[in-house]
Design a protein around this ligand. Structure first.
Ligand code: 13P
Length: 254
């Protein structure tokens, strides 16, 4: 059961320019005003790299937290053109990083690379939002849980004792950006079994944190709300508009 803090995490992907800080400001104003519920949830926004430092500075006095969308898997500094290390991201005041997103897996990120990224990010004291998810074909063949378990074991090989710093984000690949969502029963089953598996495998005293991501919006949130196993949501498309993002939170607590 998820009785603790809920996470509403906005993954902006390749979206945003400097003036997009206005979206952040509007979300922050809503959060400040939402006295009835705002102790029950955390908001994290993951803008693209170009906005990370500016957003990090702006959020020093705000309650919104900022996350990176990815990081490099080796070294603090090095000859790796176009990449940034967890060490560099940490130095601009960021404490969260998304790792293993299916869009990055699709462009060549392997389980091994993901494992190295998680390991280095944890070493740099990040909280990692670790994405896993089955594709359409794997779901059709009823391999979902096996795929998810394998991704977890492979990604966390070196991190057996760091579960306070790991948030699992279950994002079925077939659901991302498609408007298709799992039935409440399917999602509840997968979430329940995943949490049980992780708790047993890593000998945890508390339940691990588990988010759902994939076509979360102000309407679909209603069907996710009763699923007690979920500790929050990783939101793509609907997080790029302050109104849509706020409506998700409003409908969740309605
Ligand atoms: P959508 O909410 O656009 O389906 O994206 C989900 C996602 O990939 C978040 O990381």
């Amino acid at each position: 059961m998820a009785n603790g803090i809920r996470y509403f995490i906005g993954n902006w992907k390749m979206f945003g320019i400097p003036s997009s800080f206005k979206i952040l400001d509007k979300i922050n104003s809503y959060f400040q005003k939402d006295k009835k519920n705002n102790k029950k949830y955390k908001i994290i926004i993951a803008p693209p790299l170009t906005l990370l430092q500016d957003f990090s500075r702006r959020c020093k006095k705000k309650k919104i937290l900022i996350s990176a969308q990815n990081c490099y898997e080796k070294d603090n500094f090095g000859a790796h053109t176009g990449f940034v290390s967890p060490f560099m991201i940490k130095k601009i005041g960021i404490n969260y990083v998304i790792i293993g997103h299916s869009e990055n897996r699709a462009s060549g990120e392997t389980d091994k690379i993901i494992m190295e990224k998680i390991s280095l990010a944890v070493k740099n004291n990040f909280t990692v939002i670790f994405c896993i998810g089955e594709n359409k074909e794997e779901r059709r063949k009823k391999k979902t849980l096996n795929v998810l378990k394998k991704q977890i074991l492979n990604g966390l090989k070196k991190n057996k004792h760091d579960f306070k710093k790991i948030i699992i984000a279950y994002e079925p690949v077939w659901s991302i950006g498609t408007g298709k969502i799992p039935s409440p029963q399917e999602l509840q089953n997968n979430a329940f079994n995943l949490k049980k598996f992780i708790k047993k495998k890593f000998k945890l005293k508390c339940n691990p944190k588990l988010l759902y991501g994939g076509s979360v919006d102000k309407n679909s949130i209603r069907s996710f709300k009763p699923i007690k196993e979920l500790d929050g949501f990783l939101i793509g498309g609907a997080s790029k508009s302050s109104k849509n993002f706020i409506d998700i939170i409003k409908n969740f607590y309605k």
